[in-house]
Ligand binder design. Structure first.
Ligand code: HEM
Length: 121
């Protein structure tokens, strides 16, 4: 397996773990209305997000994609996902937090679709 293939595999697995981790955290905090007691749910997503970012930056260095391509759109979607996700899980007003949670999940899915399709913009 080449370094590029290894990076891509780590990146895709980290993206999967980040999305599932965020989905579960939001479900426990906002839908079940419970605190995040499980250490796996408290620490795991931070590990996944760090790996996702590190492998993403490494892939960017290797592939050299321009920001004026699908990659710029993907970065904007990822930034929205992270900002809305953090605000949703810290939010006090439940209804607003739920809306931000759902919007963050949609942005995550959009980032997956854009990354997998790499449309020529
Ligand atoms: C929500 C966060 C993210 C998701 C869901 C995601 C998802 C993906 C997926 C599924 C691929 C593989 C596409 C393929 O089949 O070739 C990919 C590739 C890539 N991602 Fe991400 N990613 C995320 C964050 C990032 C970040 C933060 C960066 C950079 C700072 C990044 C940079 C890249 C690059 C450069 C590629 C390689 C494209 C290529 O092989 O030409 N990603 N991403």
């Amino acid at each position: 397996m080449s370094a590029y293939e290894l990076l891509t595999t780590v990146h895709i697995l980290a993206a999967l773990a980040s999305g599932i981790g965020f989905g579960l955290r939001g479900h426990v905090r906002l839908i079940m209305n419970r605190p995040l007691a499980n250490p796996l749910l408290r620490i795991g997503p931070h590990v996944a997000d760090t790996l996702l970012l590190a492998s993403g930056i490494a892939l960017w260095v290797v592939t050299g994609w321009s920001l004026w391509s699908w990659f710029g759109l993907k970065l904007a979607l990822v930034a929205g996902y992270l900002v809305l996700g953090i605000r949703a899980l810290r939010g006090r007003a439940r209804h607003r937090a739920l809306l931000m949670y759902l919007a963050a999940l949609l942005l995550f899915l959009a980032a997956v679709v854009v990354s997998a399709g790499k449309p020529g913009l």
